[in-house]
Ligand binder design. Structure first.
Ligand SMILES: *[C@@H]1O[C@H](CO)[C@@H](O)[C@H](O)[C@H]1NC(C)=O
Ligand SMILES: *[C@@H]1O[C@H](CO)[C@@H](O)[C@H](O)[C@H]1NC(C)=O
Ligand SMILES: *[C@@H]1O[C@H](CO)[C@@H](O)[C@H](O)[C@H]1NC(C)=O
Ligand SMILES: *[C@@H]1O[C@H](CO)[C@@H](O)[C@H](O)[C@H]1NC(C)=O
Ligand SMILES: *[C@@H]1O[C@H](CO)[C@@H](O)[C@H](O)[C@H]1NC(C)=O
Ligand SMILES: *[C@@H]1O[C@H](CO)[C@@H](O)[C@H](O)[C@H]1NC(C)=O
Ligand SMILES: *[C@@H]1O[C@H](CO)[C@@H](O)[C@H](O)[C@H]1NC(C)=O
Length: 521
């Protein structure tokens, strides 16, 4: 009997046991119970992308708002988005329905302290207290990001935001308020989301807020200097992070018993060929992209190759700063989406001026074997790279505690609830993660980006990652579970939810989830 036929018959409670036997014999299936009991599974979002209510109850603009307003939006106004600000209770129900352990969201600095410094907005405070209490009363652990690409616009205007060390005082005052007000219930704090991408996207190539760059390295620059600013901003972020951690450790940690860390976007960098220059180029990519932050956090200084190639453009850590930054984390958050193939391009080092990429001296290519990605979705399914990234952290950075803070597939919003490719993607990545955990990686949690179809930094509402489809034509912004939500939920129940279990081969023709019926088991 073919697998397809078996699956169509599989609508009975015993079915999963049967599949377990079948799948087990192939030796490659797994479920939630293959992970340690205290391993955390959740989903992620960020404030501007999910809250809506952009100017309500005293919130003011952030650089994320400003960025979003630079383009026209057909599907939805991102200032309204999916309106979690008003629908958080409904959304917590979705998390319960999915069986999540945790929700990773971010606090909007501009909602909590609208002027960037000074008085706390009582309505902002009330919102986050309500959200946190709602989560906890449903057994869902809040994992909180303190800044997710959303510096208050007022501080950007006043002194250039993270370009100016004055931000450190304002940032640390803000996070102190968060620890003080929410730290009795929040045990996981992340200082910065994708610190490396905030810098590269925002100050080198200019494609993310605050869109700074200089010719010829970026387009549509709002001002900036791609050769120098990325290094300056990264340095200030490392210091702001380290001071925030010091405050947490000195004033709160002993009492609140929580953990604090920083988040980075990580690709696996794989050499395009086995030529030694490409192998070294892949290593150099790791050093520039990840070591730029991880090396100071672990060892107190930038990697040698980064210092060498950036020369006088990269700031020097004083002894005091080095000591402050070194070891300033309890965990590292990793956002992982795909593999980059790397080819040496050392010739770029003979040129001036150079930005970070020219200093990195590599060419980035998509894996030629997976370049045929269908129009419906964005990322090739290169789950093996996640295991390589985790091995890299284990070998090079002393096996830190890690949370996979984001992983997921972007698909054309028009794919709606029918997303077998997302199931395949998440399934494969959790498998890769399990391999790493079994081989000693100190990873403690995994979060899917994202809970809902939200406004995306790079894709507007055109390509979205949600486990739930949000119908933006519907004034109620109704959420509909996708196939991937059903799969994740089944996986979390401890079922051997293989891609086959939910009839992945049959869904091409399925327009409604009712037709799937798999959840009858
Ligand atoms: C960037 O800064 C460097 C160092 O101050 C300067 O030499 C260069 O001209 C600046 N580039 C631009 C585009 O402003
Ligand atoms: C590089 O060499 C290894 C081991 O010999 C081989 O498995 C791999 O496929 C090679 N990679 C490329 C890109 O040629
Ligand atoms: C692409 O796939 C072919 C055939 O499976 C394999 O020989 C080759 O090593 C792969 N190339 C890369 C860069 O992985
Ligand atoms: C969805 O968008 C993709 C990419 O733009 C397009 O190829 C496809 O035809 C669209 N599908 C539907 C059902 O509109
Ligand atoms: C497993 O861990 C060991 C020790 O850290 C390492 O040498 C080995 O390469 C790892 N295996 C895989 C498949 O990554
Ligand atoms: C979205 O909502 C609109 C308006 O209520 C409705 O006509 C449409 O069928 C909905 N689409 C989906 C995919 O549910
Ligand atoms: C999908 O639908 C098309 C058109 O209705 C039909 O020709 C095809 O056989 C169906 N495929 C499957 C796998 O049922």
């Amino acid at each position: 009997m073919g697998m397809r036929v078996v699956l169509w018959l599989c609508l009975l409670p015993l079915c999963f046991d049967f599949l377990r036997a079948v799948a087990g014999s192939e030796g490659k299936e797994y479920n939630r119970n293959d992970f340690p009991k205290d391993f955390v599974f959740g989903v992620s979002t960020s404030a501007y992308q999910v809250e809506g209510a952009a100017l309500e109850d005293g919130r003011k603009r952030s650089i994320y708002d400003t960025f979003a307003h630079r383009s026209k939006h057909e599907t939805q106004n991102p200032d309204v988005g999916c309106d979690q600000y008003h629908k958080y209770k409904e959304d917590v129900k979705l998390m319960v329905e999915t069986g999540l352990n945790a929700y990773r969201f971010s606090i909007s600095w501009s909602r909590l302290i609208p002027n960037g410094r000074g008085p706390v907005n009582p309505k902002g405070l009330r919102y986050y207290n309500n959200l946190i209490n709602e989560l906890i009363s449903h057994g869902i652990e809040p994992h909180v990001t303190l800044t997710h690409t959303d510096t208050p616009q007022v501080l950007e205007d006043e002194y250039g935001g993270f370009l100016d060390p004055r931000i450190i005082e304002d940032y640390t005052s803000y996070v102190d308020v968060c620890f003080r007000e929410f730290g009795d219930r929040v045990r996981h704090w992340t200082t910065f989301n994708e610190a490396n991408i905030f810098v590269i996207g925002g100050y080198d190539v200019g494609i993310t807020p605050p869109s700074r760059c200089s010719s010829p390295f970026g387009i549509h620059c709002t001002g900036g200097n791609s050769t120098t600013e990325p290094y300056v901003v990264a340095h200030i972020i490392l210091l702001a992070h380290a001071y925030a951690v010091r405050i947490y450790k000195e004033k709160y940690q002993a009492k609140q018993l929580g953990f604090i860390g920083m988040n980075l976007l990580c690709y696996h960098f794989s050499p395009l060929t086995n030529k030694s220059e490409d192998v070294i180029a892949a290593q150099r990519s790791y050093d520039f992209y990840i070591g730029w932050f991880m090396h100071p956090l672990t060892y107190g200084d930038y990697p040698e190759i980064v210092k060498k190639n950036a020369g006088s453009r990269i700031p020097v850590f004083s002894k005091t700063e080095s000591k402050l930054v070194k070891g300033s984390f309890d965990f590292i958050g990793i956002n992982y989406y795909t593999v980059m193939m790397i080819k040496d391009n050392s010739i770029s080092l003979t040129k001036m001026p150079r930005d970070l990429f020219a200093d990195m001296a590599v060419e980035w290519l998509m894996d030629p074997n997976t370049s045929e990605v269908p129009m419906e979705f964005v990322f090739p399914n290169e789950a093996w790279g996640l295991e390589r990234v985790l091995e890299h952290f284990k070998e090079v950075y002393e096996n830190p505690t890690i949370f996979i803070h984001e992983n997921g597939q972007a698909s054309n919003y028009n794919t709606s609830i029918n997303d077998p490719f997302r199931v395949e993607y998440i399934h494969a990545h959790i498998g890769s993660l399990l391999n790493a955990v079994r081989n000693g990686s100190n990873t403690r949690g995994y979060f899917v980006w994202s809970l809902l179809d939200v406004y995306e930094l790079l894709f507007d509402f055109d390509y979205t990652f949600g486990l739930y489809y949000v119908n933006y034509s519907d004034p109620k912004l109704t959420r509909h579970p996708k196939l991937s939500q059903k799969w994740y939920s089944e996986f979390l129940k401890g079922n051997y939810a293989t891609t086959a279990d939910i009839g992945i081969n049959q869904v091409e023709n399925t327009t409604t989830l009712d037709a799937l019926q798999y959840s009858a088991s």
